[in-house]
Design a protein around this ligand. Sequence first.
Ligand SMILES: C[S@@+](CC[C@H](N)C(=O)[O-])C[C@H]1O[C@@H](n2cnc3c(N)ncnc32)[C@H](O)[C@@H]1O
Length: 291
Amino acid sequence: MSDTGEEWQVARRRKGAARKSKPLQVSSAPTYCQEELDIGKAVKRIRDTVSELRCEEFCQVWKEQLLVAGSAFLSKPSKIKDAEDPTDQPETGRQLECVCYGLGSFSSCVSARYQLAMLLLLLDAGQIPAKDCSVYDPAFSSGEKDVLRELGLTVLTENEEGKRLATKPTLFYLMHCGKALYNNLLWKNWSARHLPQMTIIGNSFSGMRDRTIEREFKRDYGYISQAVDACEERPLPCPSRLIDVFSDTAVITFPTSGLNRLPQSTWTEPPEPQYQHCPDLEIILRETLRS
Ligand SMILES: C[S@@+](CC[C@H](N)C(=O)[O-])C[C@H]1O[C@@H](n2cnc3c(N)ncnc32)[C@H](O)[C@@H]1O
C-alpha cells in the first residue's frame, strides 16, 4: 500500500451514471515536490477551488443536505432504547464538530484538493469553526499539515484508525475511504447512545453492500452490514465532470427509529473488528511497538 496517497483508486462511477462532459483528470503525478510545498501558494490554490465550487449548483444541495441531517439531531434530545440513566443523555443542541479522515495528498491529487475545498464549504454551511475540525491522513506530508494548520484546521498527530467516539454531535467526512475505516468508526460508536450523534458524509453504505460479496461483507464489515438497514442515506449529487471526486457519496445518519429495528443483542459487547480474512485491507494501521 502506498503511503503517499497517489496510488489510491478513486471509487468507480455509480451504475448508470452517465458521463456528460470530460471528467476532471485525476493526476497521479505530484504537481510539485512535497518538500518544496509553498504554503502560501497551496492555500491560495485551495481557496480558488473553494470559489470555483461555491458557484456550483450541486454544492448548494450538499450544504442543504448537511443542514437537514444536522437539524434532525441537534434540535431535540433523542429518546433512546438503551439509555439506562436519563440524566446521562448525549449532548444535544450544541455546535457540530467535524472529523475528517482519508482526505489524501491534496497537494498532488486533484480529487483530494476538491474534497478539501468542499470540506471548507461544509464547515462554513454548518457554522463549524475550522479549529473544531480535526483532520488526519497518514499520507499528509509535513508541508500539507502546515497548509491545513494555515487554513485553521486541527491536524491530528495520532492514527486513530477511525476509532473516534462521538461524544458530541459530529460530522465525519470520509471521502472514498476504505471500508475498514468506516467499520472501525461504527464499531467505536456502536450504541444507541452514540450512533445518533454521528453524521457521515462519505461513501454510500448501500453502494458498498451492492459491490461486495454478501458473505464477505457480513463477515469482514459486520458493522457496516448491520448499519445499512438501520441508517438513513441521502444520496448527494455529483456533476459528471467531478465524478471521480464526489461520486457515490451520501449523507448518512442514524435515527433512533432505525436503530430500534436492530436486535437488542447487537449492543452487547460488540467485538472489535480484526480483519483476519482481509489481505487487501484499505487502511493504514497504527504502528505497534515491537518488543
Ligand atoms: C482511497 S484513498 C482516498 C483519497 C481521497 N479522499 C480521494 O478520494 O482521492 C483512501 C485514503 O485513506 C487514507 N487512510 C488510510 N488509513 C487511514 C487511517 N488510519 N486514518 C486516516 N486515513 C487513512 C489513505 O492514506 C488514503 O489517502
